[in-house]
Design a binder for this molecule. Sequence first.
Ligand SMILES: O=C(O)C(=O)C[C@]1(C(=O)O)C=C[C@@H](O)C=C1
Length: 261
Amino acid sequence: MNDTPKTLDDLRHEIDRIDDAMHRLLIERGGIIDALVRVKRTGETGSAFRPGREADMMRRLVARHSGRLPFSAVENIWRTIISGFTHVQAPYAVHVDMSSDPAGMRDLARFQMGFDVPLIAYDSADAVVSAVSASQGDLGLIGLGVTRSPWWLNIGPGKPQVMARLPFLIYPDRPAATPAVVIAKPLGDAAVDEIAVVAADFAAAPPAGMFDVITETVGGDRWRGLVAIPSARVPEGAVRVGSYAQPIDLADTAAPAAAAG
Ligand SMILES: O=C(O)C(=O)C[C@]1(C(=O)O)C=C[C@@H](O)C=C1
């Protein structure tokens, strides 16, 4: 066995070897894009965004991760890769509601979509809904919490819908943790139906804990909000305005990423 301590040069050679391999793999990943676009018929729908597939990839990443690199860095690298490959398949912009917590929304948009996707800022959620409605395959990012305007009245069947809930991976001190939803037209097989988003309109606020309220109006003569319900349990006649993959709280998993993160 050779016990000679490695020099700085040796160690940097090892890092170069690993970086070369990672870069080669990224180039190889890019090589399958043309075939993917044909198989998915992305040209016909104009959107490559598949949040269900992205959720599965993130779940596998969580299950596999170990080592020194914080999980947030790994998540961010993969978000940049996935978002970059989504954009090269069919260019899109992300319209962001900056009416509340603009710094948090910008961080979230960049963490989630990287820096190659054009980001367009708006001062209301309604303006984001209009922009996504007028586009082919653009995405909208709308913050959750309380709102003056029930912006969801203009989404639903035949229109843009809620397609993802962010952050998808929940862990302590995570960056880009501002709660938000992604809206988009559910083109191709893009929709993922685990948790349904239902528009509710009641004379008064429902008792605390009755629903998983993800956003609600303040003021006004009625209580309006969006509630999240497991898709299999949505009552008949409910007004569905989208659905998303169930986010993962790493505190509830035994995944190594929970410890590494
Ligand atoms: O799997 C697909 O459908 C892809 O388009 C590939 C890919 C990726 O880069 O991994 C890109 C966009 C989708 O949202 C999901 C995954």
